[in-house]
Write a protein that binds this ligand. Structure first.
Ligand code: ADP
Length: 166
């Protein structure tokens, strides 16, 4: 049975990630959503919080496992017997990084296929950093993140400001 892995920091998980996980779960018989334990960048949420938010946000999807990982992605993929890495491709600007990432991982783990999926266009601009920036400044991110994430961001940064028209 083909095991596919979708790795990310998920700091926090956004509707873009959920969109990609949903598409991947339709294509692959088993999908492991892998939460990077210690990303190089500073994280807003602890590993436990990120794992909980990912589990809550993907609760409705079939045959998905959510697991933490650390170290090299290819070592994790080898350990769990995964042969496919799923990535999300938002725009041309993602391409160069994703291409290098795919080439490096395939060199380290021959046999690995890297599959890129395109999100729905409404999420093509979305990133965890944009969500955090808006939430930190009191903006409304409820259409950009699943409800469990929106709730934690409200707890962290306070309630949203009313939208200004125009
Ligand atoms: P990191 O690996 O630093 O955690 P991200 O969580 O932003 O970075 O991205 C992990 C993967 O999820 C990448 O393949 C990225 O392109 C994809 N991704 C992130 N946001 C979106 C989105 N809005 N739509 C589609 N794919 C996305």
């Amino acid at each position: 049975m083909t095991v596919a892995v979708l790795p990310a920091s998920f700091d926090p998980i956004t509707c873009g990630h959920v969109d990609i996980a949903t598409r991947a779960s339709r294509v692959f018989p088993r999908l492991v959503v892998a939460v990077y334990a210690m990303p190089k960048k500073n994280v807003l949420f602890s590993l436990d919080e990120r794992l909980t938010m990912v589990r809550e946000s993907l609760a409705g999807l079939p045959h998905i496992d959510v697991m933490p990982f650390d170290g090299l992605f290819v070592d994790f993929a080898r350990r769990i017997g995964a042969s496919v890495e799923v990535r999300g491709l938002r725009a041309v600007s993602d391409f160069e990084y994703e291409y290098q990432h795919a080439a490096a991982n395939r060199q380290m783990l021959p046999g690995l296929e890297v599959v890129s999926l395109f999100p729905s266009t409404q999420y093509a601009f979305l990133s965890s950093s944009i969500v955090k920036e808006i939430a930190e400044n009191g903006g409304d991110v409820s259409s950009m993140v699943p409800e469990p994430v929106a709730r934690r961001l409200r707890e962290r940064f306070g309630s949203v400001q009313p939208a200004v028209g125009g």
